[in-house]
Design a protein around this ligand. Structure first.
Ligand SMILES: Cc1cc2nc3c(=O)[nH]c(=O)nc-3n(C[C@H](O)[C@H](O)[C@H](O)COP(=O)(O)OP(=O)(O)OC[C@H]3O[C@@H](n4cnc5c(N)ncnc54)[C@H](O)[C@@H]3O)c2cc1C
Length: 468
């Protein structure tokens, strides 16, 4: 974990700072990095004791635990480009083989059929032979080949889109645990057009998604789709911090209020007293935190930000001696469809099978995900109870004997933004209102993007827009 000492007053205290960034998660840090690259020294005000936001890596007894996110998507350039710029290109890790993911059905873990893109079959033979779907379910999925395209272009939920094309079983056993599961969200509420625009576009252009993937086969990278660093994802945070001038990030500096200052500047009031003037402000905080800050500036904009939902989740890391676990752990992990009511986990990673160097020799590291839109009531449990739940359920599924040698549980309250149906319209209205507030910008995972890679790209683009 990064130790971030409280930094002294920033240069802005002598006059308006050129740019103040509120929030030191990856979006705020990427924004700051781009400012520095363009020759402008920013001030980053972070409420918590350390930078990185939900990115947190801990090293405990030889185990390396990513407590929040653990993987960067390699298909989009944002994170990998930044890692290379920071001189860490030769440290990029790929996932270990086999990269199989499993889906729980009927108490058994079934491998996700080969030849699929985000679970959607790209060839019929692997679909026909998988034990994951029933025969009626398979035939309904294959009906995508002949079904017409949708007549209107309105937004719809992931569930509605996948049900139209592939039927209920594909919603229950693919869309819900995989597509909505990435966001810990509700498959019937998350926006297809916002989160999976490529699939929407494929339907518009080719009608059938299976045909579209056959006509233009996805060329999967031989290295898989995820990347990390040997120090976990906090290594990226440390590297960005090292690229910023000293004292750029002021930890334990919660911004309590934002108001217009004199001469077109902005005034930021800090919790516990003190204020800063800035020529430009970039909000890189969760949307509900942005709502509070915007209330005195533009109530309508604040209300729009407040409409963006969040869900809470927990992760539990469990370490075992290899011989305690009967399951071969030959893959990256598994997801649990909500329809499988006997298991209350959302998913689990076989961390030490997925990444090199995460467990000491002879040991394995597992990680369970709990809560989300699916089981919000579980978030009332304390960390010990969450850990016991994960231990019990993983124990049953993977044939684990005896007590774990390592247990760490982490709570992520209101940390997963939910881009629901209507989010794109809301974003357009947010942008319209922001256009009336010169010098004020917003980025981060509640708004245009989710996920680390896109947060980096959007943070950098926002810095560029603010400085031109
Ligand atoms: C458990 C979990 C697993 C995930 N797994 C992945 C993954 O594997 N890969 C992936 O790409 N994405 C993953 N994500 C999503 C990804 O982590 C986020 O989209 C991204 O990190 C969000 O970054 P951010 O900077 O927008 O927000 P945050 O990381 O939430 O940072 C916001 C910061 O703002 C600060 N703040 C809030 N209010 C104020 C205030 N008033 N004043 C000052 N500071 C304030 C907060 O303290 C926080 O540090 C995961 C998310 C979670 C929760």
């Amino acid at each position: 974990m990064i130790d971030q000492p409280v930094a002294p007053d920033p240069p802005g205290s002598l006059g308006p700072a050129p740019i103040v960034i509120v929030g030191g998660g990856i979006a705020g840090l990427a924004t700051a990095y781009e400012c520095v690259r363009r020759g402008v020294r920013p001030v980053v005000l972070e409420a918590g004791p350390r930078p990185g936001g939900v990115i947190l890596t801990e090293s405990v007894d030889g185990f390396l635990i990513d407590a929040g996110p653990d993987a960067l998507i390699a298909q989009k350039p944002g994170a990998i480009e930044l890692i290379r710029e920071l001189g860490l290109g030769d440290r990029i890790q790929t996932t270990l083989e086999p990269r199989t993911s499993f889906i729980l059905r009927g108490g058994r873990l079934h491998a996700l059929p080969e030849a699929s893109v985000m679970g959607i079959p790209t060839r019929l033979l692997p679909l026909a032979t998988t034990s994951l779907f029933s025969w009626p379910g398979k035939l309904r999925m294959a009906a995508d080949l002949v079904l017409p395209r949708r007549a209107n272009g309105e937004d719809e939920s992931i569930g509605a889109f996948m049900r139209r094309r592939f039927g209920d079983e594909a919603v229950d056993y693919l869309a819900q645990p995989l597509l909505a599961g990435i966001h810990s969200g509700d498959v019937e509420r998350l926006s297809m057009r916002k989160l999976f625009p490529r699939l929407v576009e494929l339907e518009t252009r080719h009608r059938s998604l299976i045909l579209a993937f056959r006509r233009a086969p996805a060329r999967p990278s031989p290295d898989g789709i995820f990347r990390s660093l040997p120090g976990g994802l906090e290594e990226l945070v440390r590297a960005v911090m090292a690229a910023l001038p000293p004292a750029t990030v002021r930890a334990r500096s919660r911004v309590e209020a934002l108001a217009r200052g004199d001469g077109g500047t902005w005034r930021l009031s800090l919790a516990g007293g003190g204020a800063l003037e800035a020529r430009r402000v970039v909000l890189c905080v969760p949307a509900y935190a942005a709502q509070a800050l915007l209330a005195g500036v533009d109530p309508a904009l604040a209300e729009l930000a407040g409409e963006i939902g969040y869900v809470s989740s927990a992760t539990v890391a469990l370490g075992y001696r290899r011989e305690q676990v009967r399951h071969p752990l030959a893959g990256a992990g598994f997801v649990v469809p909500a329809a499988e009511r006997q298991c209350s986990l959302m998913a689990a990673s076989f961390v030490s099978s997925k990444w090199p160097g995460r467990a000491p020799p002879g040991m394995v590291l597992l990680r369970a995900f709990i809560g989300g839109a699916r089981n919000p009531e579980l978030m009332a449990l304390d960390l010990d109870a969450l850990a016991s739940l994960a231990e019990r359920e993983l124990g049953g599924l993977l044939g684990i004997e005896g007590a774990p040698v390592l247990v760490r549980a982490y709570r992520w309250d209101r940390s997963n933004a939910q881009h629901e149906v209507g989010h794109l319209t809301r974003l357009a209205r947010i942008d319209e209102r922001l256009g009336q507030l010169p010098g004020l910008y917003i980025t981060g995972s509640g708004f245009r993007v989710t996920g680390i890679t896109d947060c980096i790209t959007d943070g950098r683009a926002t810095a560029a827009a603010a400085l031109t």
